[in-house]
Ligand binder design. Structure first.
Ligand SMILES: O=C(O)CCC(=O)C(=O)O
Ligand SMILES: [Fe+2]
Length: 216
């Protein structure tokens, strides 16, 4: 499945990629409008299957799926980021265009997601001792960001070629890793990495409405 997805992503026509200063980006089915609205369209089938049925069948608290309470009950948008070694993304929050759940599938290389609480968080922390976490995302893994991590924290990826100080005391999910072997020496060189971030965009408009076409 990883090879199939990478082939689809890498075979995309060049205009599909938006090149930013530190990474490349594809938005499916399309980028959001300036008012954070998505033009109604299905995700391409290669992005739906088999990822979305698996996401929706993941039980959370043994009852609901992670998108159970989201406006559309399923992700309707996927941002694909590509990072070469040394590239990253500045600390940011994903904001209120989306229902506060992000399902991130990592492909090809590991990466470290740096998470820190926002200054005005509701966790009652003072700025000097605000919590920070480093999450190691393994290739072919899924990371779900929700709750306070979505609303009260910033996340980013540092622009380094080698991740260092890897171990139980510095990596929040060390004991959840599928295979610690590549990181057991405390260092890991990055390879090109692709992330697929699935979300539910709250505002969706049909094409007719977007162009102000009225039904008679
Ligand atoms: O690539 C990642 O894991 C993070 C991407 C991200 O934060 C975003 O697209 O908003
Ligand atoms: Fe983000």
């Amino acid at each position: 499945m990883q090879a199939h997805l990478l082939q689809k992503i890498n075979n995309a026509a060049l205009p599909t990629w938006r090149t930013l200063s530190h990474r490349r980006l594809q938005a499916h089915p399309s980028p959001l409008s300036p008012t954070n609205t998505l033009l109604a369209a299905p995700l391409p089938t290669w992005l739906q299957d088999p990822v979305i049925p698996r996401l929706l069948s993941l039980p959370v608290d043994l009852i609901d799926s992670i998108f159970h309470n989201s406006p559309h009950g399923t992700p309707n948008h996927c941002l694909i980021n590509e990072y070469l070694p040394g590239q990253g993304i500045h600390a940011h929050e994903d904001g209120d265009a989306y229902y506060p759940v992000v399902a991130t599938v990592s492909l090809a290389s590991h990466i470290i997601l740096d998470i820190k609480a926002k200054k005005n968080n509701t966790m009652g922390e003072k700025s000097q001792d605000m919590p920070r976490w480093r999450v190691l995302q393994e290739p072919r893994s899924l990371l779900i960001t929700t709750g306070e991590l979505y609303t009260d924290c910033l996340h980013g990826i540092s622009e380094v070629k080698i991740d260092e100080v890897l171990g139980e005391s510095s990596i929040a999910n060390w004991n959840l890793l599928g295979d610690r072997t590549p990181f057991a020496g405390g260092q890991a060189a990055r390879e090109p990495r692709v992330s697929l971030t699935f979300r539910d965009v709250i505002r969706v408009k049909k094409l007719g409405k977007a162009f102000g076409i009225l039904k008679r």
